[in-house]
Design a protein around this ligand. Structure first.
Ligand SMILES: *[C@@H]1O[C@H](CO)[C@@H](O)[C@H](O)[C@H]1NC(C)=O
Ligand SMILES: *[C@@H]1O[C@H](CO)[C@@H](O)[C@H](O)[C@H]1NC(C)=O
Length: 340
């Protein structure tokens, strides 16, 4: 069913005005227009880590070289949407194959959009692609002017020099590149899926430096789809890939991270905590009632009373299993993020 609307979604947004205004070798100062102070907190990070985190001072999903504060819920949602749209459009323009992964792929699964509680996006490229990007596009700044960004905005592609190290032992540099919104500091992590020539499972295994591994037939041939209204690609066996990473439940659970999935609107809607707590309590009560009823029926049966046909279908049963089940299998927000 989900597959059927894969190809039928219209491209809502066109990003025709992508112009690379500066190629190669832009330094930070030339693209950092507003910040006077680097908030990335680099001092606390290991020396050999290229993409350092600003965890200490600020937030791990903002590039401290470009920002000093977090955005609000709506602003962030908009900025992340622009970020992935401009990334996908740019890669398509320069002929680089890239595909959605991790929490971003999970967002695609639900409604072809970024999960509203995520503050980053995850994409992958192949090894030849990262080599090409490193050779020709490191520190390139792309200027985008779209109906949603009429004032224009600069996005920078930065390649980790450690991309050349293929080994998973290089734990500090599992992210090979970043697509950075130089206005908000938000970014997309780009990881590389490399053919692993020494994998015990034999030929055709892809390994990422963050430890994820895939048989190539799960990834290729990539499928064409849309994400945030923009043409995008996803792994061939996207469902298996998602289930392996997040467990089956993450593909069906309608309540997650303080949001409820509205199946009519096809949107994750924020719900307040009280609503969830109330729903949980109600489900508990229903469960108790049902137990009491079952007990009563059993007693009656023991007394020789005629057995009732399973009473009424419990309309709240579906709801209660949802809320009783484990809420979070694995936080998608952390997926693929480097552990440091
Ligand atoms: C990209 O440019 C930055 C800034 O000049 C540099 O630190 C980094 O090593 C470069 N990456 C590659 C892959 O050359
Ligand atoms: C190949 O796979 C093995 C087993 O998972 C892993 O230990 C090794 O680091 C991988 N090599 C590369 C280059 O990713």
């Amino acid at each position: 069913m989900r597959l059927s609307w894969l190809l039928s979604l219209p491209a809502v947004l066109s990003l025709a005005s992508a112009v690379a205004i500066e190629k190669r070798d832009a330094d930070f100062l030339s693209v950092r227009t507003k910040m006077h102070k680097d908030m990335s907190g680099r001092r606390g990070d290991p020396k050999d880590k290229y993409f350092r985190k600003s965890r200490k001072l600020f937030h791990p999903h903002y590039d401290g070289r470009f920002a000093d504060h977090q955005l609000g819920y709506r602003e962030r949602k908009q900025a992340l949407s622009n970020l992935i749209q401009t990334y996908l459009a740019t890669m398509s323009d320069i002929g680089v194959e890239t595909w959605l992964m991790h929490g971003t792929l999970l967002g695609w699964w639900w409604n072809r959009k970024i999960l509203p509680w995520d503050s980053d996006s995850d994409v992958q490229v192949s090894e030849p692609s990262i080599q090409y990007l490193a050779s020709y596009y490191n520190m390139s700044v792309f200027h985008y002017k779209t109906p949603r960004i009429p004032e224009g905005r600069d996005y920078m592609l930065e390649i980790n020099p450690h991309y050349a190290n293929r080994e998973q032992t290089d734990k500090l540099n599992v992210i090979d590149a970043r697509w950075v919104d130089t206005t908000s500091g938000l970014f997309i992590d780009i990881t590389t899926a490399r053919y692993n020539l020494t994998h015990p499972s034999g030929e055709g295994m892809l390994s990422c430096k963050d430890g994820h591994e895939y048989r190539d037939t799960y990834i290729f041939p990539l499928r064409d789809t849309f994400f945030e209204g923009t043409p995008a690609k996803i792994p061939f066996a996207y469902k298996e890939v998602l289930e392996a990473e997040y467990k089956k439940k993450a593909l069906t659970l309608l309540d997650y991270e303080g949001h409820h999935f509205d199946e009519d609107k096809l949107e994750w809607v924020p719900v307040n905590k009280k609503y969830i707590a109330d729903a949980k309590k109600k489900a508990e009560e229903k469960k108790k009632e049902k137990l009491a009823e079952d007990k009563k029926a059993e007693e009656q049966k023991a007394l020789g009373a005629p057995e009732k046909q399973n009473q009424q279908p419990n309309s709240n049963q579906a709801e209660s299993t949802k809320l009783d089940g484990p809420q979070v299998v694995k936080k998608p927000t952390n997926a693929g993020a480097p552990k440091n």
